[in-house]
Design a protein around this ligand. Sequence first.
Ligand code: PLP
Length: 409
Amino acid sequence: MDTFDPIEAMARARHEFGEHGGVNMSIEASTTFTVMHAEVMPEIFQGRRGPDSGGCYLYGRHFNPTVYALGHQLAAMEGAEAGYCTASGMGAIAAVVTQLCNHGDHVVVSDTIYGGSYALFHDYLPAKSGIRPDFVDVRDPAAVEQAFTADTRLLYIEAIANPTLKVADIRRLAEIAHRHGAQLVVDNTFSPLLLSPILLGADVIVHSLTKFISGASDIVGGAVLGRTAFVQQLMDLHMGSLMLLGPTMDPNQAFAISLRLPHLGLRMREHGRRALAFAERMHALGLPVIYPGLPDHPDHALLDAQRNPDYGYGGLLCIDLATRARAETFMELLQNRYGFGFMAVSLGYFETLMSCSGASTSSELSDADQHRAGISPGLVRMSVGLTGSLEQRWAQLCAALGDVGLPAG
Ligand code: PLP
């Protein structure tokens, strides 16, 4: 684990040349593929042959070569055996959960996750499929342990939680899940490169590629990384959630994302460098800043014990301004008066994005559930951008802090 470097692992993975020897892989836009020998066709349909097992590609909703190549690169990055990409992060999450669970099965879910994932588990899946969730604070191992039943198929967590930035003890949670015969599924959207959950014991990783991995807020995409057998199951013609629910990634999008992976390491380091600098400076001013890179953050030591050393502590930080009104004034000033960033949901963009989580991407949680998860009404989540200079952005941040009556550097 100490020696794993996700960027080196990606570089070691087979590089896909373009059709004419191009340095970039080709975009395979065809939605159907020629089978040269008739007897191969039924074998592909029976799942006995695939692109890597003596078969060939079949149909665009099944494996596509360009999307498959991106899946390989992301799998290498995560230290996983295999991977495939989807039309969105939610497409990846929904496919994984419906693949691992049948009607009436039970799932244990972290009480602090992205609002859309929360609604999927809390509202949608119970109504549509009878899948029964129990939500727990995953930093309380006894509560996690107690939540398992004989029917529990998976434990679902975010490696670094949206929006509270609580860090999960992935090794310990994997051990608990496995002891109960369940799988650990980790959403690693907030922490690509800095955490490698598969190497810490997780069974499946999901990503929203819409965020840091694409990096320009112009592509919606997702990924599932895990064991080869599991990725094949997702594409099974009778029972595969990717094949049958069809959250297919467009090969043009897969190609565009593949061009951004080579600079993901540079970007993550810079997001992390700036987030740490802002967090340290605000902390020194006595401001209510939440960032797991700060030594007195309750999960700092845990993150240090799990993270790959070269990619910092992540590009997200939170400031708790106590009330929604104050949070909104602060964000309006930062955007409209000082040009510090954008008041917009999402994260991982090259510009800074800010949102008041309780009123936006966590609003699917009731007030009581938000309170339990530690989401204060004035919590401003900031995805720290890369543009301009650090000092220029710090001056803008200080100006807005001063305007709302807080200490400013
Ligand atoms: N996981 C996390 C942690 C997210 O923050 C989001 C979206 O904000 C998603 C998953 C869903 O991803 P997508 O919007 O690509 O479907």
